[in-house]
Every structure is written in C-alpha cells, then in structure tokens.
Design a protein around this ligand. Structure first.
Ligand SMILES: Cc1ncc(COP(=O)(O)O)c(C=O)c1O
Length: 391
C-alpha cells in the first residue's frame, strides 16, 4: 500500500505524543494537534535521503525548479497562476502571518478573524500590538456560515485594516464556496481591508467538495491585489517539521514591503531539507495525497457514522476539508474544565479544547482523525466511555 499508517511516534519527542509524558498518563490517546500519525510520503523520504547522501548540509538556495514546482501545483490544483517572483518564503505560516501583520498594518489596528479561530491568530495579532476583533460564525444546517451584514458593519470601522481568512476553515472544516469568498473579497475591497488568506489546509479536499483559493484566476484582478495567500505543503503532506511556507503576493507594493521586511529580519534563508521535501511533495506526491485523502475520507465517514448511531449527544460538524472533526458536547451541560477532565482523566482521550478557539466555542472539542483506522476506533470507544459516565 502507498500509505503507511503503522507509525509509532511515542518515543520521537513529537508534541502530539509528548502530552502523555506531560500529563503522566501512559494510557492517554492523543488525538489533538494537526499532524498525521501516517508516514510521510515515500517520494519525500527518498528525496531527503538523496539530499543527505550529498553529505553536506550547507547554505542552500531555493532553486528555480523549487518555485516551478509550486507554480505548477497551484495552477493545476487550484487554478492559481503565479510567477516565481510573486512567491515569498518563510519558515512557517504563523511566522509569515506575523510578519505581514507587523509590516502591512499599524500598531493598534483592528484585525478581524471569524470565530472559532486557530488559536495562534490571537497570539500573533496581540503580540504584535494589534487588536483582534472576533466575528462569530453562525451555525446553519450544521455548518458554519458567515454573517455578511455583520461583516460589512465590522469592516466599516476605519481602524479595521486587515482580516485573517482561514480557507478552508480550521476547526470547523468548512470549505467556503467561491461565492462566499468573493463576497468577503468584495466587502474587503470596498472598505480597504487587506485579506490574509490562510490556505494551509486547502490541498486536503474531499472529492464531493473541492476547495477554492482566494487567488483563483477567476477572481477579479482588483480583489487579487488585496489578497495575500499563506500556505505550505506541510498539512497535506505531513511535513510540519519541514519549516517551509510561502506567501503568494500579487500586489507589487505589498510584495516590496514584505521583501524588505524579510531582508531586514534576515529570514530569507530557508531550511535546506524543507526545500527538498516541499519540492518532492509537489512534483511527485500527488498519488500519495490522493491515497491519503481517500483514507481520511473513510475515517471521517466512519467517525460520523459511529457518532450518529451510538453517541447522539456528541454532535459533529461534517468536515468538508482537513482531518479535524469539530465536536459539540454542549448537551452534556459541563463546564470546560469538567469536559476536558472527563475526556482526559476518565476516558484517557486527549483532544483540543474548544475554549482555546474563542469564547463561542466553549463546550466544543477538536479531534484529529488522521490516524490508523484501529486507533480511530479506539478513540471512538473512549468517547463512548465518556458518554456512559456523563450522560
Ligand atoms: C489554519 C492553520 N494555520 C496555520 C497553521 C500552522 O502552520 P505553521 O506550522 O506553518 O505555522 C495551522 C496548523 O495547524 C493551521 O491549522
């Protein structure tokens, strides 16, 4: 089989499994932070072995073949036409977002995020002395939707100069439609709000609902000028440790500012092995990604099926992209502490706590299902145990 789900990460000092040590619980099953317990693609590991065969890990430049691999991938998969010069490099998406906030907005500016939001957004906005403004998403028919009237009102505040748009959405797994994205871009352009589109998850797309990039060639030139895309190969290809990410910047003025900032911070040299891994992923990794996505889709469906049949008090949001399942535990009427303690200490299952994703998410938990099917079954049994104790 092309994909290998039989990985043992316990002794690898990875953050996901270290939680067992931190909480002193060898029975704990970690199903939280967003990387996969699935071996990285063989073509990537081979490329890394070949690079190590060169015996020297010296200074290394991103080659024209590296940029071509990104451009070809984006064009074929997302209909995003890019030139190499429109791609800036950074060690990670959060580092790049932080850089953009620092250099494209001013201190005390307001930056909008939809909640629930990926927790580091709050850190990077506030640590850079900007104000986070949180617009809660609205649940309709079991999925998150955007309140466009509220969005227009929030954007009309002249202190609001940027937004981070998580596309597709983490933690809800929502694939925003091209229409929804366009409406956001129209409103943002009208009110001169910059869009920082975090598209790190957009390569994981299930066949029934492809993701749309905010820089898709169909998008009006004016809106493309107001949109910067932040992404990497790391989520789809399980390379979080590779530490290579990109910013796609079509607007020459913003690009120049960011290029100068990168120079100023001397962050223009990127991890050698990360460059090798990223290029291999985009040049050769598609068959592996297709196989992984099919596996993840089956896992998602198995989890939804089990929850629907046996645990109706836990209400999942149907993940349309990503390998993250957003679970609503509100019908147990527990405090966040009771919920986290119940899952961690009684069911020995470690999930991400919803309260980290903004106030509106108390009573929610996020489960990462990028694991072997047997491990997922074990996690679901642990949820049943929790249900028996608290129902
Ligand atoms: C939406 C989103 N953005 C950014 C990141 C982090 O990316 P990086 O490790 O490149 O900072 C994650 C990681 O889970 C994520 O889910």
């Amino acid at each position: 089989m092309l994909i290998d789900t039989q990985v043992t990460r316990k002794a690898t000092n990875c953050i996901k499994w270290n939680v067992r040590h931190d909480l002193n619980d060898d029975e704990l099953l970690p199903m939280w932070i967003a990387d996969m317990d699935i071996a990285t693609a063989p073509c990537i590991r081979l490329a890394l072995e070949k690079a190590l065969g060169e015996k020297v890990l010296g200074y290394f430049e991103a080659s024209s073949a590296f940029f071509k691999a990104i451009c070809d991938w984006e064009e074929k998969r997302h209909q995003v036409s890019l030139q190499a010069k429109q791609i800036l490099l950074s060690p990670s998406v959060t580092t790049a977002l932080s850089l953009a906030i620092r250099h494209l907005t001013k201190p005390m500016d307001k930056i909008l995020v939809f909640s629930p939001f990926y927790p580091p957004y709050k850190t990077i906005i506030e640590a850079n002395h900007r104000q986070l403004v949180d617009l809660p998403l609205v649940i309709k028919d079991g999925q998150y939707t955007i309140d466009f009237d509220q969005l227009a009102q929030f954007f009309s505040d002249s202190a609001m100069t940027a937004m981070i748009m998580c596309n597709p959405h983490n933690p809800g797994g929502r694939v925003w439609s091209a229409d929804e994205l366009l409406k956001v871009q129209q409103l943002a352009a009208k009110h001169h709000v910059l869009i920082f589109a975090d598209e790190i998850h957009n390569d994981i797309s299930y066949p029934d609902l492809p993701t749309s990039s905010m820089l898709n060639d169909q998008v009006d030139h004016v809106f493309q000028q107001q949109t910067l895309v932040f992404k990497s190969a790391t989520k789809a290809f399980n390379l979080a440790g590779a530490k290579v990410s990109f910013i796609f910047v079509k607007n020459e003025h913003y690009r120049e500012i960011l290029q100068n900032a990168i120079e100023q911070e001397q962050s223009n040299e990127i991890n050698t092995l990360g460059l090798v891994a990223t290029r291999a992923a985009y040049e050769q990794g598609l068959p592996w990604l297709n196989a992984v996505t099919a596996y993840l889709e089956d896992n998602r469906d198995a989890a939804l099926d089990y929850l629907g049949k046996y645990l109706p008090k836990i209400k999942p949001m149907k993940t349309e992209s990503t390998y993250l399942l957003w679970l609503d535990f509100c019908s147990y009427h527990l405090t966040d502490r009771q919920l986290a303690d119940g899952l961690t200490k009684k069911a020995h299952l470690f999930l991400n706590a919803g309260s980290d994703y903004g106030h509106a998410s108390e009573g929610f938990m996020r489960l990462n299902f990028a694991v072997d099917r047997k491990v997922l079954s074990d996690a679901l049994r642990r949820l049943s145990k929790f249900d028996q104790l608290y129902r």
